[in-house]
Design a protein around this ligand. Structure first.
Ligand code: MRU
Length: 350
């Protein structure tokens, strides 16, 4: 299958000429611009500022960040590179708190670091970062097949951006939508605009238009009325962290969609690689939820959209309890009506 027949032409993270390049997602859809990174602090800042965002893409960018940090530490400290690298790993880990893929990717890089000697660490670390990147794309293709097989037609609603822009490529929830569209037989794809950062209207719509997939945007507030019309079969979302009991953290607004879906008899699918499953976090209540600046709610494109003097509450994520989820789709298989026991089975007792 070619990228075109797979409806998969967009990439946001790439290793090019010995440095990291990130498609600057703050500028989309107006401008498509890659920024080059050769400094680990700039990569941590790019994650914090959402130049790169989406749980798997954050993990992949951080893995390449470790390669860049190790190169510098080796050139400055020689055999002492490993000790010097520790503070870089900590700064990357402090960039965003909710997406567990960040910590998972740093752990994988740390496992390689622990096995290396005093020689140049870059080749082995670059091989691992590339592997994390390629495995993510492969997982997305697999989840695309597994998730699309659950869809028998009807309209689909998705939230936030979970596509090539949010992952190594293809996407999680958006990968399932790509695969379902490629198979045929589904109705309209609706994307929530996803206030306040507008991942839906700025990113998901852009990405789907690039690949020729028809999309209609809705304001979050329109989702319940749309479901009531009876044509929506599935709400399909990604995740930033899935707790051991199957509770799911994802972009703020996901929980409202899940409540509305259950009320209207619409099924609710979460698509995430096992790198998003955190068996060390018992329940959704234990997931750290990132609070972002009030200004993201109070203004749009630098223009104030709120009465002067108003404050804002701006959690970036919410938690959907497992009992509202019909299926968690991972590259290892589908967990229907997730609970602690089924998640433990999926993760092999880990
Ligand atoms: O704040 P963001 O844009 O990083 O949030 C992204 C999401 O919530 C996605 O739904 C999630 O990371 C899954 S993406 C494959």
């Amino acid at each position: 299958m070619t990228a075109e027949t797979r409806l998969d032409t967009v990439r946001a993270v790439r290793w090019h000429d010995n440095h990291l390049e990130l498609l600057d997602q703050r500028l989309l859809p107006a401008r498509s611009q890659f920024n080059a990174y050769e400094d680990v602090d700039e990569i941590a800042q790019a994650i914090r500022d959402m130049v790169v965002r989406g749980a798997p893409a954050i993990g992949i960018a951080a893995a390449y960040g470790v390669v860049i940090a190790a190169r510098r530490r080796f050139s400055e400290a020689g055999a002492g590179w490993r000790e010097a690298l520790e503070s870089d790993l900590e700064r990357l880990a402090a960039s965003r708190p909710t997406a567990v893929n960040l910590f998972w990717a740093l752990d994988r890089m740390r496992n390689v670091i622990d096995k290396l000697g005093a020689d140049d660490p870059e080749p082995a670390l670059l091989a691992e970062a590339r592997c994390i990147h390629e495995e993510d794309i492969a997982a997305n293709y697999r989840m695309g097949e597994l998730g699309a097989a659950l869809i028998e037609g009807g309209d689909l609603i998705t939230h936030c951006n979970t596509g090539s822009l949010a992952t190594g490529g293809y996407g999680t929830a958006l990968g399932v939508i790509r695969s379902a569209v490629a198979r045929g037989g589904i109705g309209q794809v609706y994307a929530d605009e996803t206030r306040p950062w507008l991942q839906g209207s700025r990113l998901t719509a852009w990405e789907l238009v690039q690949d020729g997939i028809p999309v209609k945007l809705i304001c979050e507030g329109a989702a319940a009325s749309l479901m009531r019309q009876g044509k929506v079969s599935w709400v399909i979302v990604g995740s930033d962290r899935i707790a051991a009991n199957g509770d799911v953290a994802n972009k703020i607004g996901t929980y409202s969609l899940a409540v509305n879906a259950r009320h209207h008899g619409v099924k609710f699918m979460v698509v995430a690689p096992t790198s998003t499953v955190d068996m060390n976090t018992p329940t959704g209540a234990d997931i750290p939820i990132e609070q972002r600046a009030e200004d993201e709610v109070l203004s749009l494109n630098g223009q104030s959209v709120a009465a002067e003097g108003a404050g804002a509450w701006n959690p970036a994520f919410d938690v959907t309890p497992a009992e509202l989820v019909d299926a968690i789709v991972t590259e290892r298989g589908v967990v229907a009506w997730p609970d602690g026991e089924k998640m433990a089975r999926l993760m092999g007792g880990r």
